[in-house]
Ligand binder design. Structure first.
Ligand SMILES: [Zn+2]
Ligand SMILES: [Zn+2]
Length: 207
């Protein structure tokens, strides 16, 4: 699998493109802003888009969803616990940023441990509440796209609606630190990291 990271918009949420080099299939994660750029990136990849996946429904991760979905009508995937927030201005912080909620609704709601076929294998979803009620991570091969749950040397804020420090701590320890320690982590903002590095160095949640 090939991973391309493009921070988009003022808040620099990472727009991820994951391509299976064997089947030339593609899924994208968090089209947060700059719809034209996101659409061009998908076009330029020359790959076949299969899914638009949302790690959670915050404004900086969904701002370009309607525009991308209008061009690429492929299934939008979200955690079932986050589905209500997608179209709720208060829960997704759109009102706080002077934005409107997407009109797009999710096509596939997933729960912890669910998988979807992709390439010659599958992608697996981990429900990791704490930053929001329905935050989730996307696991494939030895990679984890962690949304705003875990960052390089940091963790997501827990003071927004649905947030809980206790929950994010539990999610990180039980769902992420239990993965193979060589798993690479691709966060919703900033640089990649690894399970091994965070278990040792993360000042908020370590063991
Ligand atoms: Zn967020
Ligand atoms: Zn974010």
């Amino acid at each position: 699998m090939k991973i391309k990271t493009s921070p988009l918009g003022n808040m620099g949420a990472n727009f991820y493109m994951v391509t299976c080099e064997e089947t030339n299939e593609l899924f994208v994660v968090d089209p947060g802003a700059c719809a034209d750029v996101a659409i061009d990136l998908i076009k330029d990849s020359g790959a076949q888009l299969k899914y638009i996946i949302l790690t959670h429904a915050h404004a900086d991760h969904i701002g370009a969803l309607d525009s991308v979905k209008a061009v690429y009508d492929v299934p939008v995937v979200i955690c079932s616990e986050e589905n209500d927030a997608l179209n709720n201005d208060t829960y997704n912080l759109c009102s706080m940023f002077g934005m409107h909620s997407p009109k797009t609704t999710a096509d596939i709601c997933v729960s912890d441990g669910d998988t979807l076929p992709f390439g010659n294998g599958e992608i697996r979803f981990l429900h990791t509440p704490g930053h929001t009620k329905g935050s989730m991570c996307i696991h494939f091969e030895n990679c984890l796209i962690s949304g705003d749950t875990l960052f390089y040397g940091s963790i997501g804020r827990t003071d927004f609606p649905g947030g809980s420090f206790k929950e994010i701590e539990k999610s990180i320890v039980e769902k992420i630190y239990s993965l193979d320690s060589n798993t690479m982590i691709y966060p919703g903002h900033g640089n990649p990291t690894s399970v091994k590095f965070e278990m040792k160095n993360n000042p908020f949640v370590h063991r």
